[in-house]
Write a protein that binds this ligand. Sequence first.
Ligand code: 6R9
Length: 651
Amino acid sequence: MTTETIEKHAVPEGFEDAFVTPDTYQKLYDESISDPEGFWGREGKRLDWIEPYTRVKDTNFTFGDVSIKWYEDGILNASVNCVDRHLEKRADQTAIIFEPDDPKEPAQHITYAQLSENVNRMANVLLSQGIMRGDRVVIYLPMIPEAAYAMLACARIGAIHSIVFAGFSPDALANRINDCGAKVVITADTAPRGGRKTALKSNTDAALLHTSDRVRCLVVKHTGDQTTWVEGRDVDVKAQMKAASPECPPRPMNAEDPLFILYTSGSTGKPKGVVHSTGGYLVYAAMTHQYTFDYKDGDIFWCTADVGWVTGHSYIIYGPLANGATTLMFEGVPTWPDAGRMWEVCDKHKVTQFYTAPTAIRALMAKGPEFVEKHDLSTLRILGTVGEPINPEAWNWYNNHVGKGRCPIVDTWWQTETGGHLITPLPGATETKPGSATVPFFGVKPVVLDPESAKVQEGNPAEGVLCIGDSWPGQMRTVWGDHQRFMETYFQQYPGYYFTGDGCRRDEDGYYWITGRVDDVINVSGHRMGTAEVESALVAHDKVAEAAVVGYPHPVKGQGIYAYVTLMNGVEPTEELRKELETWVRSEIGPIAKPDLIQWTPGMPKTRSGKIMRRILRKIAENDYGSLGDTSTLAEPEVVDDLIENRMNRG
Ligand code: 6R9
């Protein structure tokens, strides 16, 4: 389908009272670009400040001098903004609805008063472990309320949290603990998901063999399953919380003090520790949550992401709680006990905004609409997607079967690095086109550049790499411990701009269509993965001589992982070895990194200077080998014939 044949969807009826309407969008957007100081100076007031800021924006995108500061002389505490300030009006309002993995278990409704008590108690537990302002705390927890308590407890005492997705392996966990120099890791005994359990504590035990032996381990006894216990190192969090005081004074923090670090994959080397600030990040998360989802008092907001990803940080915890919202936390998976679980939960808790990933929509679409039809979804007002481009088929299914044509769909484009939505429709203001993230959020200046000449593509339509022309408060501040890498990754290639790593097209109407990554990052079920990470896991196996990994189109996951592997001399390629390598990658990185296809190859297509020609590997993985382009620089052109003959994707 080309963009020209895609119809525009008008804003459905009933959104006349939305926070942002077509007129206000244009007016506010223009102001946000022409007077960022005035605009963001006003928006910053949505938070409670201990000391108000007098300076709003101090940002520089010049390579070599990159520096990003917002509200830099303001003093605040993020947990006060997410909890304490709501107590006067909302003490008995539900802050978090916890829906457990097993539908037979009762849901929990945690009020703001209870949230406050738990956060304070957890903060006191951290203090008693010697955690101080600026210390790093790694959180390796499933989707349980304690994850929210832990994040906000860190924020309360000025510690910097770094959540590691509970699906990551012990090695991945150890690397992150070491990179940020964490003093403690907070984990749980075991984590039920989809009726199966992950042994988080034993993963943590394995990880801690590769870290400093001073790292303490705080364990949430969630299921009560038996685990090993290391005296002097392991701490029973729930028992300690019970004994701790329910009051812990919040630490006044500078707006630019880091709130959290979140590791994300890049095109080269090991994952980067993306650093987010306390003030600017929270302003941006709260504002985008309010406007993009038109969040109003009484709404029940459900973001299905995991807190281990940035979407969980901004739209399960920080944005909603800063707005005094009711946010739903779901421990389970979309397809267990059956493909109706999401809709059952929407029905049960009267969800008003539902925010998920295209890969989940495609997986549920494949099971048929009967699972949706069984449930009453009449409370839904707004539907959202995030993580990867959504194909128009999935968009239409979501719109017709879930939204019944009455819910605007907000296709939100953003990144771990951006803290919140950058390009997105606003439900009461933006006409939508299936597959397009539409128009920029306030204060966001998208720029399309020619990838080779770096020339700005003026006018519509346009196509090229997507950059952003100026800073916004939710922007990442640095890479933890490596500001140089921050500058090189995002500000070197296209001087003066923030480079997103995505390609895009801007159509006749000025709508943006994200076409996917232009670097060696692949997007598997909405999870970002550096191909280099999977490659280094593969070559760490003693039977592997060389490996190259690329993405290929996958009907449900968006992209699948295609690995080309050259074995050590004398090693026989067998089915058994294929399985062994799959298990190996799972254990090195985590289940999400397991290759979908492994092709054995006697050698890689290389230039004479020894560079692997990934363009060719990508084409063959896409089953598009008729148009390999210029292969004249190949050192051994015959390798390509073998690769084509033995290709694994013939779909
Ligand atoms: C929030 C998140 C970021 C990358 C990004 C892009 C892709 C995210 C998208 C989208 C098209 C959307 N992406 N949202 N592509 N349409 N609505 O996903 O962060 O994990 O850092 O991934 O995901 O390629 O560059 P992160």
